[in-house]
Design a binder for this molecule. Sequence first.
Ligand code: MBD
Ligand code: FE
Length: 282
Amino acid sequence: MPANFASTETVQKLLDRASGLDVEGGNPRLKAIMRDLLQATADIIVKHDISESEFWQAARYLADGAGEIGLIIPGIGLEHFLDLYMDAKDAEAGLTGGTPRTIEGPLYVAGAPLVDGTTEVDLTSDPDDTDTLHMTGTVTGPDGEPVQDVILHVWHANSQGWYSHFDPTREQTPFNNRRRIKLPADGRYAFRSKMPHGYSVPPGGATDVLMQALGRHGNRPAHVHFFVEAPGYRTLTTQINFGDDPFAADDFAFGTREGLLPVPSRQGDTAHIAFDFRLQRA
Ligand code: MBD
Ligand code: FE
């Protein structure tokens, strides 16, 4: 770092002159956050003596990669950080227990078909020449009581690792492998679908480029996402990752957590996963 920038005070004074945040008006919270964001950026520029061409390379990366921001955020661990931060705040407030939360990721789509869950629900509308997955379990509350009026949102990839609505091959109908299941009073759910494959970031895209530059990869194990929603309970955002997937312990998005890694029991061309959800009270 250049010697005359050694004190943070120098950077602060220059930022005060450069940023125009001393004007009246505007949103005070936004202004305070913007000040700190600029401060952190300026500190990094100074600490690493970032050149103009490096700075504009970064700006170009963000501009060109903006379409993949939803993938970059989990890829650099920020989405996992948000979960850990919420866990820490919950722990401080004495709110513990229940199924662990984990990242939502960028591929949820609202408005999936709402179906009655009194019998086994089929999530997969499109042909997919692969094994069948059966999932069963219960949704209970903190005292083990069955939760009433649960809506279980489920979404996952197909056997090629593509999600409907985000499939570049355009081979899926809307809401394939996406449902909202209305559970009966006993809080039990059962669905079948076609086995998902793990997800890989688009080759050559902004996330892939960044992961490679960081000496990493952009693969996730096969997984199934859930929101578990019910009146009087806290909505849970979680997912299960398949414990026998090669990337089970090496998820680029840091979405795998202890307690969320069931191993499917496979028999012929079907696999079964038993998984129970436990909610916290709202
Ligand atoms: C996914 O399917 C996903 O769940 C996350 C978190 C990131 C990228 C793809
Ligand atoms: Fe996913």
